[in-house]
Design a protein around this ligand. Structure first.
Ligand code: FRU
Length: 496
């Protein structure tokens, strides 16, 4: 084991113990210590699900990237494993950037990642990104001796030579395929496709372009994922520098799903584009397929635009979203929290169906829960509000609003206690339904909203002291409401 990896593992083990329990969310993946960004290598290996993450253990800010590591059997409880990769070879000495993983036919785990190296050119230090492979037993990994397997010479001539990262690897028949994010000559994103024979992972060849941006969906595309789902092929990308477009895409960093026709050899024909989450804290999603055929997505529950806020006050910074099951309906992806969350349902508080109006308190409270509100007979109601993590005097609260005239949802954290002026409000349209369903998952400082059985989702982090845990409702006219709230804290804390 290299000096860098030994040092990082030792540091992680010791410093991890110093992280106060209160700082951690209960069912979202957090770094053992320090900083976390993208999910990496979300994969099934010997009957369990592994997740790696972009990791800087030594600080709560981004720095030389390592791969942190956890695994799970149910996507809710995760076991911590030692750091998998540290920047310790010529090919990745400046960082081990994002990538993916798979189980090989001979039972090994293969990690495909971006090694960043720095070379001197005309007296200046220049970073190059190149694709590397490491193979191991699910805990310890060895970087193959011929890394990088794809360097800047493997990029088509006219394309950008520096942005070349985030390999997504998959197996098909006797080959491996790898989709890698790059930039076209027009400076916007392009996903390149490479291939090798399974028995020769040293020898990759360029196949062609899986899809390209043509300056339509932002600039650089990061973190591609590509898979079959419900009769479609899906390409996920995380664009940088998008211009807002209609109500579907906001400006800045986005996470987009393209649906289309395709095959497992990377022939893809895009037909539709949608946002994956309308909130502020969601980026770089990645998926895995389960044994029972589900496609599960996990994303970084943050965004470069909003990260780096009060990092100094914490021992850990960053977390993942709740894993979400994906399905397709009417050519759009739906996201629902992984069904295993129901195994952690504790105390149930129910509000039976009845007509309400005005301010409503129904004895619900808490900061770690799964709650569903159903609203119907709303013709006399313009607006319904849900206040979460509220103080009793309503000085602090975060809000979810439903506008029945326009069928628009708003998430709003401007009064959550945050001292920074950043994006605090997002509004998005949903399809009108007779019964509007709002499902909210909270885990201390995160709110994940799923509208109408996952037809839209919106994720945001809040900055509210944990003691503020009131939940209240407000209707500006008669409406029929029904609600059920399951506490998650008690069971998640059992034997922890
Ligand atoms: C996305 C990203 C990736 C890169 C990684 C570096 O958030 O910028 O493109 O591999 O983060 O940490």
């Amino acid at each position: 084991m290299s000096e860098q990896l030994t040092k990082a593992r030792e540091y992680e083990e010791n410093a991890g113990k110093q992280v106060p329990k209160e700082e951690r969310q209960l069912f979202h993946v957090t770094p053992t210590v320090g900083w976390m960004n993208d999910p990496n290598g979300f994969s099934r290996y010997q009957g369990e699900y592994h997740l790696f993450y972009q990791y800087h253990p030594y600080d709560t800010k981004w720095g030389p990237m390592h791969w942190g590591h956890v695994k799970t059997n149910d996507f809710i409880r995760w076991e911590r494993l030692p750091i998998a990769l540290a920047p310790d070879t010529e090919a990745d000495k400046t960082g081990c950037f994002s990538g993916s993983a798979l189980e090989t036919e001979d039972g090994q785990m293969l990690l495909a990642y971006t090694g960043v190296t720095t070379v001197e050119e005309d007296g200046q230090a220049v970073d190059y990104q190149q694709q590397c492979i490491a193979i191991g037993d699910g805990i310890n990994f060895e970087k193959i001796s011929c890394n990088p397997i794809l360097d800047r010479n493997a990029i088509p001539k006219e394309n950008h030579k520096q942005d070349f990262r985030d390999p997504k690897i998959w197996a098909h028949k006797d080959c491996y395929y790898m989709a890698v994010a790059n930039r076209s000559a027009d400076t916007s994103g392009e996903i390149l496709l490479y291939q090798c024979k399974k028995e020769n992972i040293h020898d990759w060849s360029y196949v062609g372009v899986l899809d390209k941006c043509n300056n339509e969906y932002g600039k650089m595309w990061e973190c591609p994922d590509y898979f079959a789902l419900d009769g479609y092929h899906v390409l996920l990308v995380s664009p940088q520098e998008m211009k807002a477009s209609q109500t579907e895409f906001h400006c800045g960093y986005n996470a987009i799903a393209f649906l289309g026709g395709g095959d497992n050899q990377g022939n893809f024909c895009r037909r539709t584009a949608q946002t994956l989450d309308y909130g502020m804290d969601y980026y770089a999603p990645q998926t895995v397929q389960t044994d029972d055929g589900r496609r599960i997505l996990i994303a970084w529950m943050q965004n470069w635009e909003t990260a780096n806020y009060n990092n100094e006050e914490h021992h850990i910074y960053g977390s993942m979203t709740v894993p979400r099951e994906l399905t397709v309906e009417n050519a759009r992806i739906l996201q629902k929290p992984v069904r295993e969350i129901t195994n952690y349902y504790g105390k149930e508080t129910r509000f039976e169906k009845q007509i309400v109006n005005g301010n409503i308190e129904v004895g619900m409270q808490g900061r770690v829960f799964d709650m569903t509100i159903c609203l119907s007979n709303y013709k006399d109601c313009n607006r319904f509000r849900i206040n979460l993590a509220a103080s009793r005097n309503m000085e602090c609260y975060s809000q979810i609003r439903y506008d029945f005239k326009n069928h628009e949802v708003t998430i709003d954290r401007s009064h959550c206690g945050c001292r920074r002026d950043m994006v605090h409000v997002r509004t998005f349209p949903v399809e009108a339904q007779d019964v509007v369903k709002l499902r909210i998952l909270m885990d201390k400082n995160s709110i994940e909203l799923f509208v109408n059985d996952g037809k839209a989702s919106a994720t945001m982090l809040i900055d509210t002291p944990i003691s503020m845990d009131a939940i209240t409702f407000e209707a500006d006219g008669n409406i029929t409401m029904e609600a059920v709230h399951y506490d998650l804290e008690e069971k998640l804390c059992e034997n922890k």
